[in-house]
Write a protein that binds this ligand. Structure first.
Ligand code: AMP
Length: 392
């Protein structure tokens, strides 16, 4: 396979930095899911304490944290109480209300800050920001009525994807449109919510760049990940992506430009399409670690979770170098349909690693865990991880 391992690290002189938050201090995490869990594990390895805030009890992250607040994000007094006990607040779930991060930010730094969250939790604001700053995106329109949807079709054509502007992930809140007869039904699926109409991208592949930036302006990106989806949910990621070194470099530089323009302190993931004619288009930003970055735990000098700790605490960033090509396969709830999967069978291969998230209810489509495998080539790593999952 012709693959590239472009990653980048650079230092921007002259940026302001505050003293680092050192091990022993407490870090607050908004959100209790698996990203928070793996962040908490990394932070604990470094000797930090972790306080988790989410509406759930016994959450995947809460199981690892020193303290778990099981409260509503709207309970601002509790958010302030949570913030008073920590030195910095970060998150693993970006759909928290702005009022929540504002209340926390009255007391301690929130990293990335509320402005980054504001842009990235709304698809229209996000694409408008990207386009206005010269980052490549597919053509799009704002849609708030059936008439505007019809107007968008006449301007941008079909096929297209109609998405809700807020609270969408893993393909939730989006429909593909192929023909004008589908418009009224598609508009109804939005239930009156503000939408974004996007020209359909007939892409060659999907890739992502997970990158970190510190308050001092230090930047580091992981090698480009290549992602395949099943039913709109990430299925398998492998790295390095099978793209030219030049395109990999371009993807990393694109991510660097976005983190700088948004003034991100922390991590940000840029999901991109590679078009059939070899161009990059940004699909989505996530101001946090990402499912596609899980393989960094088992193959990179620094995992994406440790990198988040370093970035939000103002430490120097760790090396993003990959020790070996790797692949990750998600484990979704349907694997439990005939009872507990056969973990021992998956682990018969000594190069396969199992990560489970401590979720009690294996619902269909729910991310319950993942497997990672390394190999001499990306293809070998993919074959190994897919075979291990089949043995479950
Ligand atoms: P999203 O929720 O925006 O990340 O979209 C989920 C998945 O839907 C993406 O990973 C793509 O596979 C697909 N998708 C989203 N937007 C488009 C588009 N404009 N053109 C083609 N496929 C898309």
């Amino acid at each position: 396979m012709n693959s590239s391992s472009a990653s980048a690290s650079r230092f921007v002189a002259g940026a302001q930095s505050s003293p680092p938050i050192l091990p022993g201090a407490a870090i607050g995490v908004l959100g209790g899911g698996q990203l928070g869990r793996m962040f908490a594990i990394a932070a604990r390895e470094l000797g930090y304490r972790i306080h988790v805030y989410s509406p759930d009890d016994d959450s995947p992250a809460g199981q690892i944290g020193d303290k778990e607040y099981s409260r509503s994000y709207d309970d601002l007094d509790q958010i302030r109480a949570f913030a008073r006990e920590v030195r910095v607040v970060t998150f693993e779930f970006e759909n928290v209300p702005s009022a929540t991060t504002r209340a926390a930010a009255e007391i301690v730094p929130v990293r990335p800050d509320g402005q980054v969250l504001h842009v990235t939790q709304h698809r229209l604001r996000e694409k408008t920001f990207l386009q206005a700053n010269g980052f490549p995106v597919t053509p799009f329109r704002r849609v708030t009525s059936l008439a505007e949807l019809e107007q968008s079709v006449s301007e941008l054509g079909l096929p297209a994807v109609l998405k809700t502007a807020s609270f969408g992930y893993d393909g939730k809140g989006q429909v593909k449109l192929k023909s004008p007869v589908e418009l009224p039904a598609a508009w109804n699926t939005l239930g009156g919510a503000e939408g974004i109409y996007e020209a359909f991208v007939d892409f060659e592949k999907e890739v992502s760049v997970v990158a970190a930036r510190t308050g001092a302006g230090e930047f580091a990106a992981f090698p480009v990940f290549e992602n395949t989806h099943a039913n709109h949910i990430l299925d398998v990621t492998f790295a390095p992506a099978v793209i030219s070194p030049e395109l990999a470099q371009e993807a990393v530089e694109l991510a660097g430009g976005i983190l700088e323009k948004l003034d991100v302190v922390g991590l940000l993931t840029v999901e991109m399409f590679v078009t059939k004619d070899g161009r990059l288009l940004v699909n989505e930003l996530a101001p946090r670690t990402h499912n596609s970055g899980h393989l960094t735990i088992d193959t990179c000098v620094t995992s994406q979770f440790e990198q988040q700790v370093r970035a939000v605490c103002g430490l120097s960033l760790g090396s993003t170098e990959m020790r070996q090509p790797a692949a990750m396969a998600n484990l979704l709830g349907h694997l439990w349909s005939k009872g507990e999967p056969d973990w021992a069978a998956a682990l018969r291969d000594p190069l396969v690693k199992l990560h489970l998230y401590g979720k009690a209810q294996p619902r269909a489509g729910r991310k319950m865990g993942h497997l990672t495998a390394t190999g001499q080539t990306t293809q070998e790593a993919v074959d190994r991880v897919v075979r291990a999952r089949e043995r479950l």
